[in-house]
Design a protein around this ligand. Structure first.
Ligand SMILES: *Cc1c(COP(=O)(O)O)cnc(C)c1O
Length: 345
C-alpha cells in the first residue's frame, strides 16, 4: 500500500473544544463546515457531541442535512448561508436553523416555512454575509415578530487582538442588538481568546478545535505519515525532479515518498519544508510533484520506511507559513487519497 496515512486524534479535538469551552463564558458550539475543516464532519461531530457540544454550525444546508443523521434530533444545527432557493425541504425535514442574511432570505423563509426556527446574521463591518445596519433597521420589527432564535455577526480580525476592527465590530454589534431578548453570538476561535466582552451567549469556534492558530495552546490533532517508495544515491552535480531545482553538492541519498500537490501538499511550501524521520528533519529536495516528493535523507544515515509531514514536530501553521497561507487552507486541502485513521473515536 503506498497511500499516506492521515491520523486524526478525536480525543485531541474534544480536549480542544473543552479548553475553549472553559475559556468561554457562554455556551460553546462547534463549527464543522467543509467536512469539519477536512477532518470528517461525521466522526468529529459525533465525538464533540459526546464531549458536550449541543450546537453546530455548517456553511450550507446540505452539510446540515448530513450532520443531522450523526448528532441526533436534539442538537441545534445552524446554516451560515441562510435560506437559499431549494433549501426549504432540507431545512424543514432536518430541523436546520438557517441564519437569515438578507430581506430576500427573510421573505423566502417566512413564505416557505412560516413558524420554522431561524436566526439572523448581521454585518458589523466584514461585508461578507448578513444584514447591514440600514437593512436591519428596515426589517427589524418584522424579523423580530417572527421570533428569531439567535442573532450573530462575524469578526474579520479576531486573530489580530490589537486590530481596531475588533472593538469597532463589538460596538456595532452591541448597537444593532441592544435590548433584545434573543441569544447573541459574535466570537469565533479568535473571538473567544480576545476578551469575555466578545463571548455573548454562544461562541462558534472552528480552527481552534482542529489544532490551529490563534489557539496556540491547542493539542495537535493531525499526523500525516507518507511511505517511502524508493531510495537512491546521487553523485555531486546530479539533479532531482522537475526543473532540476535541486543539485547535489555532495554524495546524496534521496528518498522518494508517495504524496504530492495532488494530495494537497501545496507546491509553494517545498523550499522551506522538512519531512521527519522520528526526530530528524530531512529537507524536501527540489520541486514537489503531483504524487511524489523527493527528500534528502543523507544525514539520516539509513533509509526510512515512512516520513512524517504533519505531527507534533511540524504542525499545520508551520506548513502554512512555509506556503504563504493559513492553517485553515492546509487542513481543507488534505487529500482524498489518504487513508484516514481515527483515534479516540
Ligand atoms: C468559519 C466560521 C467560524 C469559525 O471560525 P474559526 O476562525 O475557524 O474559529 C465562525 N463563524 C463564522 C461565520 C464562520 O464562517
Amino acid at each position: 500500500m503506498s497511500t499516506a496515512t492521515l491520523t486524526i486524534d478525536l480525543d485531541a479535538i474534544a480536549a480542544n473544544w473543552r479548553a475553549l469551552a472553559d475559556a468561554n463564558t457562554g455556551e460553546t458550539a462547534a463549527v464543522v463546515k467543509a467536512d469539519a475543516y477536512g477532518l470528517g464532519a461525521a466522526r468529529v461531530a459525533r465525538r464533540l457531541a459526546r464531549a458536550g457540544a449541543r450546537s453546530f454550525f455548517v456553511a450550507v444546508a446540505e452539510e446540515g442535512a448530513a450532520l443531522r443523521e450523526v448528532v441526533g434530533p436534539e442538537a441545534a444545527i445552524h446554516v451560515f448561508s441562510g435560506h437559499m432557493p431549494g433549501d426549504a425541504d432540507m431545512i424543514a425535514d432536518c430541523g436546520l436553523v438557517p441564519m437569515i442574511n438578507s430581506v430576500d432570505q427573510m421573505i423566502r423563509h417566512a413564505e416557505a416555512l412560516p413558524g420554522h426556527a431561524f436566526g439572523l446574521q448581521l454585518d458589523t463591518g466584514m461585508n461578507r454575509l448578513g444584514m447591514e445596519p440600514a437593512e436591519w433597521q428596515a426589517v427589524r420589527e418584522i424579523a423580530l415578530a417572527q421570533a428569531p432564535v439567535l442573532i450573530m455577526s462575524h469578526l474579520a480580525c479576531a486573530d489580530a487582538p490589537d486590530h481596531p476592527m475588533n472593538a469597532q465590530q463589538l460596538r456595532a454589534f452591541r448597537e444593532m442588538t441592544e435590548g433584545l431578548d434573543i441569544p447573541r453570538s459574535l466570537a469565533n476561535t479568535g473571538g473567544i481568546l480576545l476578551h469575555p466582552e466578545y463571548h455573548f451567549d454562544l461562541a462558534r469556534p472552528g480552527i481552534g478545535l482542529y489544532g490551529g492558530a490563534p489557539f496556540t495552546e491547542a493539542a495537535p490533532v493531525v499526523t500525516l505519515d507518507i511511505p517511502v517508495i524508493q531510495c537512491r544515491d546521487l553523485e555531486p552535480g546530479e539533479s532531482v525532479g522537475y526543473g532540476c531545482d535541486f543539485i547535489a553538492a555532495r554524495p546524496t541519498r534521496i528518498a522518494t515518498i508517495a504524496a504530492g500537490y495532488g494530495d494537497g501538499i501545496l507546491r509553494a511550501m517545498g523550499p522551506r519544508t522538512m519531512l521527519y524521520a522520528e526526530d530528524t528533519p530531512c529537507p524536501v529536495a527540489g520541486r514537489i510533484s503531483m504524487d511524489l516528493i523527493a527528500v534528502d535523507v543523507t544525514d539520516l544515515g539509513h533509509d526510512p520506511a515512512h516520513l512524517r509531514l504533519l505531527g507534533p514536530e511540524q504542525g499545520i501553521d508551520h506548513l502554512a507559513d512555509n506556503a504563504g497561507t493559513i492553517g485553515y487552507e492546509i487542513l481543507t486541502s488534505l487529500g482524498g487519497r489518504y487513508t484516514r485513521r481515527y483515534i479516540g473515536a
